[in-house]
Structures are given as structure tokens and as C-alpha cells.
Design a protein around this ligand. Sequence first.
Ligand SMILES: Nc1ncnc2c1ncn2[C@@H]1O[C@H](COP(=O)(O)OP(=O)(O)OP(=O)(O)O)[C@@H](O)[C@H]1O
Ligand code: SF4
Ligand SMILES: [Mg+2]
Length: 337
Amino acid sequence: MSDGPILSINDLKISFQSGKEFLPAVDGVSFELKEGEILGVVGESGSGKSVTSLAAMGLIPSPPGKVETGEIIFEGKDLTKFTEKEWREIRGNQISMIFQEPMTSLNPLFTIGNQLIEAIRLHTDLSKSEAKQRSIELLKLVGIPRAEGILKEYPHQLSGGMRQRIMIAMAMACNPRVLIADEPTTALDVTIQAQILALMKNLNQKTNTSIILITHDLGVVAEICQRVVVMYAGQIVEQGDVKKILKDPQHPYTKGLLKSVPDLREKKDRLYSIPGMVPLPGSIKNGCRFAPRCQEVFGPCQVESPELFRSEKDGHEVRCFLHTLKEGNDRHAGVTS
Ligand SMILES: Nc1ncnc2c1ncn2[C@@H]1O[C@H](COP(=O)(O)OP(=O)(O)OP(=O)(O)O)[C@@H](O)[C@H]1O
Ligand code: SF4
Ligand SMILES: [Mg+2]
């Protein structure tokens, strides 16, 4: 794994039109995906995870959506400036995505073989029989043993876990450099979830594909990610090394998410969940966006918005006054002096 970024998102801001107003769903998000790593993006429903990743695929629906500012740099080029024609060269080839519910992405009327061969031929100039051969290789790559038989089956004949493997095979068809997996295991039961995560880790090691894994579950992040970006209400609230954050989370929201991860050693009747909900875009005008739910809220929180503080030592980022007030933590991300 080299240290350089393969994808850099810089100060990305995306709004959706609601009546006459544009409301920010993603509000100044910056992070890097390093070559060969698995980066987790975690947060509750409505925090802006999917909107961020759709932007990296050039798939923000416009209207109502709009990329207001920011850059998405891939191989030295800013993807936000790309035309639809340029996007078609990148999407599915260099940057691929798998979605939460595989049934909605597979066409029930066509066999798996039809769809897989079609997807391969769309992006390559392989003949039909070469594409079939490649399909079989891909199905083997994602751990489907009786590949030839599966090619003749229809999506409804397969289990959820099997369908998700096929979606991963499709996304891997052109050896993408970046794979974005948006809640790839949410619809699956726990055992199958573990298998799919193991498969993604295996693909990452075998093919060196860099992966962005989107999830609402820090437990999933703990399984396979090296670094994690924690998002809340369209902003990053904490970012850094997974081991460090799991051991010593700094942001009250991260602490809450961590408390809601099931601990196998401790039998609890009910799992903790942070009271309240993620605010709608644009609904909090003043102060910290997490303040209405924060158990550590104090003086400045409802008046000023905390900025993202970045540690110069290890690049760890936290957006919270408590953290900023700690001795020495007096500088914000992006400010060098
Ligand atoms: N097509 C759309 N039209 C209008 N607003 C949208 C649209 N898509 C997303 N949004 C807005 O962006 C916000 C963030 O949505 P996003 O889908 O990125 O959340 P998420 O973090 O992926 O949540 P989930 O865990 O439920 O998938 C939503 O709360 C919504 O207000
Ligand atoms: S800034 Fe205040 S309200 Fe926001 S997370 Fe920190 S302590 Fe909580
Ligand atoms: Mg989503």
C-alpha cells in the first residue's frame, strides 16, 4: 500500500433544491482515499454519506441536486468539471460502486449471465465468448463456485448474499482502481454480512483496489477499515485511524456511535441508540449541529459552529469545542500557523 491518495475530495459542498432554497446536504467535506486502503465512512441516516459517494461517481441528480463548490481529484483531474461523456469513461471502469439493495440494481427479467456479460462488454471490447469467460473468472473471484450454472439463473433464484456477490463481481468487471460500497451488507443477515466483508477485504488484498466502505455501523468499520471518516449532518465530525478512534473516540457523536455497536462479550437486552435524529439540511442555523443531541453540550456550543481541528502529529481531525479547548489544540484544520 503506497501512502499517496488515489482520490481526494476537497471542500465538497452539495445542495438540493427545496422550493426556492438550496439546502446543503454535504457541507465542506474533505478526505483522501489512499492507494490500496479500505476507508470507512460512517454516520446515521441522513448524514450525507451517499450524496458524497454519488458525487464521486458523477451521479448527483441535477436538478434538484447541485455540486456548489469543491473538487474531487482522481489521477490529477478534477471530476467535478467532467462532462457526461468524460464520466462514462471513468464510471464503472476506474471508479465503481455497489449499492445497498442488490435486487434494485439487477434486472429481474434477465439471467445473471446476460447482465454480467453485458456489463463487461459495455466497458471492454471483449467478444461475447471472451466476456463469458471473464464472467466465470469474476464469479470465482467473488467466491461463487458453480459459476457456469449461476450464469443461467435469474436474480430471484439467488439468495441476498449471492446477489450481493454478483453485484461485487459486476463492479469489479473492469478492475476498477476505486470501489465505493454503499452499505453493501445492510440488507443481509449477520453471517452473510461477515462473509461479504471478508470478500471485500480479500479483493482489496488480491487486486489492490482502494475501497470506500459506507456504513452506519462502526462495528463493520472495525472489521476491515484502516481509517474512518465520521459524518454528521453533512459534515465531517471526526476522522482518523480506526484503532485510535475505537480506543479513544474524541467527538461525542463518535462516542455515541461506539456505544451503539453490539458487544458480543456483554449481553444487553436493548442496544443503546443516540436519542433524537440527524437534523435536516439547513435546519440548524447557529451553533454545533450535534448540540441538540449532545450529552456534553456546554457554553459556546449553541452559539458558534465548531471548526474541524486537525492534529499536526497524525492528521486526526475532530470538530468539537471540548477537543479544541484541550491544551495545545488551538488550531483548526487547514490553518497552518
Ligand atoms: N434526491 C434528493 N433530493 C433531495 N434531497 C436529497 C436527495 N438525496 C439526498 N438528499 C438530502 O441529503 C441528505 C443526505 O442524504 P444521504 O442519502 O447522503 O444520507 P446517508 O448518510 O446516505 O443516509 P442513509 O444512511 O439513510 O443512506 C438527506 O437528508 C436529504 O435531505
Ligand atoms: S461542540 Fe459542544 S455540542 Fe458540539 S459535539 Fe462538542 S460538546 Fe457537543
Ligand atoms: Mg445512504
